[in-house]
Design a protein around this ligand. Structure first.
Ligand code: URA
Length: 242
């Protein structure tokens, strides 16, 4: 007898929930040990697909990039040290838990990094946030510090450094230099970004191996204009101007 009456299986989604995505496996042997990606779930890939789409409206770009930023900030906080802490619950029993050990602050690299400040504030109420403006010096073509303002006790804090796109790593490295000149130890800085290039990660993590990098997605590379490919274009333009 034939099996022609066998039921047709329903179409399968290309990624199962929480399945590892393609980019993490192909690049995993080149990712420096100080670099951590978000869990590459189907949900996260769907969020990135929306913000990468050139036809996504500015409103949707804001909404969905904010969702990714929130996930990134939460993951960044996972890397802060904790100490044992016991509390008494309303039942009268003791709960032996943990509490955050040190104080934190944010530092955004202007202009695009400012977009990540709200996500940090949502998670860390009344967090102090410093700012740093780095631009390419037209004469030397090197990243140059134009402005910085930090909490006055920044040397005693853990610093979440915020910049959405890690392309060549030039401005991020300059920002870390400036933070270290202000007394922040390298291993108290956590750099948080949405999309990174493999070459930028390699340069940055090679220079500052004790600094943790939390990135949402590692892309293919850079084009001749130092844009991340496939990337999402100019983050600041898409967030503030389009
Ligand atoms: N900055 C951006 O906004 N986009 C890139 O692709 C690289 C740097």
């Amino acid at each position: 007898s034939s099996s022609s009456s066998a039921p047709v299986p329903p179409p399968q989604p290309s990624l199962q929930p929480n399945a590892l995505s393609h980019n993490s496996t192909t690049l995993s042997d080149t990712i420096p040990p100080s670099v951590f990606t978000l869990p590459q779930t189907a949900q996260l890939e769907a969020l990135y697909t929306i913000i990468r789409d050139k036809d996504t409206s500015r409103g949707d770009f804001l909404f969905y990039s904010d969702r990714i930023i929130r996930l990134l900030v939460e993951e960044g906080l996972n890397h802060l040290p904790v100490v044992k802490k016991s509390v008494v619950t309303p039942t009268g029993s003791t709960y032996d838990g943990v509490g955050f050990e040190g104080k934190i602050c944010g530092v955004s690299i202007l202009r695009a990094g400012e977009a990540m400040e709200a996500g940090l504030r949502e998670v860390c109420r009344s967090v102090r946030i410093g700012k740093i403006l780095i631009q390419r010096d037209e004469e030397t073509t090197k990243p140059k510090l134009f402005y910085s303002k930090f909490p006055q006790d920044i040397a005693k804090r853990y610093v979440l450094l915020l910049d959405p796109m890690l392309a060549t790593g030039g401005s991020a490295m300059k920002a870390v230099e400036v933070l270290m000149e202000h007394g922040v130890p390298e291993d108290r800085i956590i750099f948080i970004n949405l999309i990174s290039s493999p070459e930028g990660l390699k340069t940055f993590a090679g220079r500052f191996p004790r600094l943790k990098v939390i990135t949402g997605w590692i892309d293919q590379g850079l084009n001749e204009k130092a844009y991340i490919i496939p990337g999402l274009g100019d983050f600041g333009e898409r967030r503030y101007c389009e």
